[in-house]
Write a protein that binds this ligand. Structure first.
Ligand code: PSV
Ligand code: MN
Length: 394
């Protein structure tokens, strides 16, 4: 490869950062069951330890997203412990995720529950989440509103829009300067007839109305099959309303599979949109992972994800956008497509290895994970807490 290619890849990787989810290291399952892993993190400290290790291996994951009820169950009283973990493991708290789906009170909704009392519980949780983010120095509060209904006619869709808007506007009003409210959407699950924030249009309008610090969060698993996600990304960039991503992959619905495992070309196309204005958008947009590995080892999955994201981002950086624009303008379809596909099919892995070497990072993060003995050590340490667990190496 030429040194121009190497320069492009090196400078892309020097700025590329992606956030790990704390919940990606803990035991999770499907609706049908959970296969408990001996090495899964059983405490917030173990989640920080795992995230710190993935960052050590990849050099690209310096923050960990926290889910309030799972990671800060005592609210602000937990902040000093989190700060101590940040210092110990060399990794910072990232986005703060309120939990509007777990409390028994939310059976018929949280911020759009027909009960004003329940709506207040939900809004106070959002306000507390903003405060937690402020104390932790976190820029983003990522809201996923799971509310909706299962049967036609059983809820007023329009009144619920008003309640949802009201909660988001009140939360926005509590933001400190520099903080952002990210509004995530999802077409279905857990609600199966209607979801209050079902697509990017609804998220966009709610964010617009909430205020200037609100943006849209795109979870790549939250679209109907066949939907053109990069077009949504292009629109949100055009409107300066793209707040961030929850990356994962899917075949059917919200499958939470490893990024790029099913459709790496889609991730490449999304990165291309982000880089199409010279990459300035990527400075503001939060790249976060939202995956849940029920079968794979969690550390291996996290390393695979970060490495795949780096490789696909490097490939997108290779698109010659000046030449592509000329080919687009002259409607040279095949040449434009070949240029685009050519970047996608370039094997960037040798240059990515060179970049790792130059930055004093392990040249092969997955091999280094195995060589380090980290997984065996954590399995031995945590096996007892993960009662009935299965070893990664069993
Ligand atoms: C919901 O499916 C979601 O994508 C939201 O981002 C949640 O916060 C996350 O997964 C974990 O449940
Ligand atoms: Mn998500």
């Amino acid at each position: 490869m030429t040194s121009a290619v190497q320069d492009l890849i090196f400078s892309a990787l020097d700025t590329f950062r992606i956030e790990l989810p704390s919940w990606g290291f803990a035991n999770t399952g499907t609706r049908f069951g959970k296969f408990v892993q001996a090495g899964a993190a059983t405490s917030i400290e173990e989640k920080f330890a795992d995230a710190g290790e993935v960052n050590r291996l990849t050099g690209a994951a310096p923050t960990v997203a926290l889910h309030v009820l799972w990671d800060l169950p005592n609210g602000v009283a937990d902040v000093s412990a989190i700060k101590a973990l940040e210092a110990k493991y060399g990794i910072k708290a990232g986005s703060i995720n309120p939990n509007l789906f777990q409390d028994q009170a939310y059976k018929f909704g949280s911020i759009a529950n027909p009960s004003a009392e329940v709506r207040e519980i939900a809004v106070s949780h959002l306000l507390e989440s903003v405060e937690l983010a402020r104390r932790l120095g976190s820029r983003d509060i990522s809201i996923w509103d799971s509310d909706g209904s299962n049967y036609p006619g059983t809820q007023s869709i329009r009144r619920r829009i008003e309640w949802t808007q009201d909660a988001l506007s009140r939360t926005h009003a509590a933001l400190a300067p520099g903080q952002r409210l990210l509004v995530e959407y999802k077409p279905f699950e857990p609600a199966f007839y209607h979801t209050d924030i079902a697509d990017w249009g609804m998220a966009l309008m709610l964010a617009y109305k909430a205020g200037p610090q609100a943006k849209v969060l795109v979870d790549t698993g939250h679209h109907y099959v066949g939907q053109n996600i990069e077009q949504i990304v292009a629109w949100l960039l055009h409107l300066n309303m793209l707040g961030g991503f929850h990356f994962n992959d899917r075949k059917y619905a919200d499958d939470d599979l490893t990024l790029g495992s099913i459709d790496p070309y889609q991730v490449f196309r999304i990165f291309h949109e982000l880089l199409s204005d010279g990459g300035s958008a990527t400075q503001e947009v939060a790249f976060m992972i939202d995956q849940s590995h029920n079968l794979k080892g969690k550390m291996e999955a996290a390393v695979q994800t970060v490495v795949t994201a780096q490789e696909l981002y490097a490939r997108a950086a290779l698109v010659d956008r000046t030449q592509l624009a000329e080919l687009q303008d002259s409607v040279n379809l095949v040449a434009a497509e070949e240029l685009f596909r050519g970047a996608f099919w370039t094997d960037v892995r040798p240059v990515v290895r060179e970049w790792r070497r130059a930055r004093n990072l392990p040249v092969d993060p997955l091999a280094e994970l195995y060589a380090s003995g980290y997984v065996e050590a954590t399995e031995a340490e945590r096996g007892k807490s993960n009662a009935g667990s299965v070893s990664r190496y069993a």
